[in-house]
Write a protein of this length. Structure first.
Length: 189
């Protein structure tokens, strides 16, 4: 039976061990749980399972009691996973739960649809300073590439706000006919 590859969270754990190591599993778990990323934060509790699996795969090893570090095989696996050839599945993957909810806006009364847009915009605007601050936090810990990765979070948050502002008039007054053409024409402007 072919053994499965390390999961995304396991590879994230491996990368964090490489960045911060030698370190403890607990230190990686704490960093995951403090993340602005709900993906990482919600998976912080799996840190010990991820470490056990990575150790079984020979990608990390225990040194000096509770300390772990990445192995040469782990560094090779991290390089292979990081790139440069990223699978299309990873390129096309987005987990935007606001966008997901947009598919089902017709289930809400019209006035609540606008309320969804306005409240979502307000929350994104509240989130933006936290995103920008992460760049400074990355500098404090000497993580240059973490700061560059965080630029995506800032631009993504700006794009989500722009998207909601763009569709708000169409929610307030739906386009009656040929709406695909009208939407595409607006996007092409």
């Amino acid at each position: 039976m072919k053994e499965r590859k390390a999961s995304v969270i396991e590879m994230s754990f491996l990368g964090m061990t490489w960045l911060r190591g030698p370190c403890t599993v607990y230190a990686v778990m704490k960093e995951l749980s403090a993340s602005e990323s709900t993906y990482h934060r919600s998976r912080a509790g799996t840190a010990y399972q991820a470490a056990k699996r990575l150790e079984q795969l020979g990608l990390i090893e225990r040194i000096e009691g509770e300390l772990i570090q990445i192995t040469p095989e782990g560094e090779a696996a991290l390089r292979d996973w990081t790139g440069p050839d990223v699978p299309m599945m990873d390129v096309a993957h987005t987990a935007d739960l606001l966008r997901l909810r947009c598919f089902f806006l017709a289930s809400l009364p019209p006035e609540q649809r606008l309320e969804f847009i306005d409240k979502s915009l307000a929350k994104l605007e509240e989130f933006m300073p936290r995103c920008r601050n992460l760049i400074k936090e990355n500098e404090k810990i000497g993580d240059y590439y973490g700061a560059l990765a965080t630029v995506c979070l800032v631009l993504e948050t700006e794009a989500r706000m722009n998207w909601l502002r763009t569709i708000r008039p169409w929610i307030a007054k739906p386009i009656e006919s040929d709406w695909a053409e009208a939407i595409l024409a607006e996007l092409d402007r």
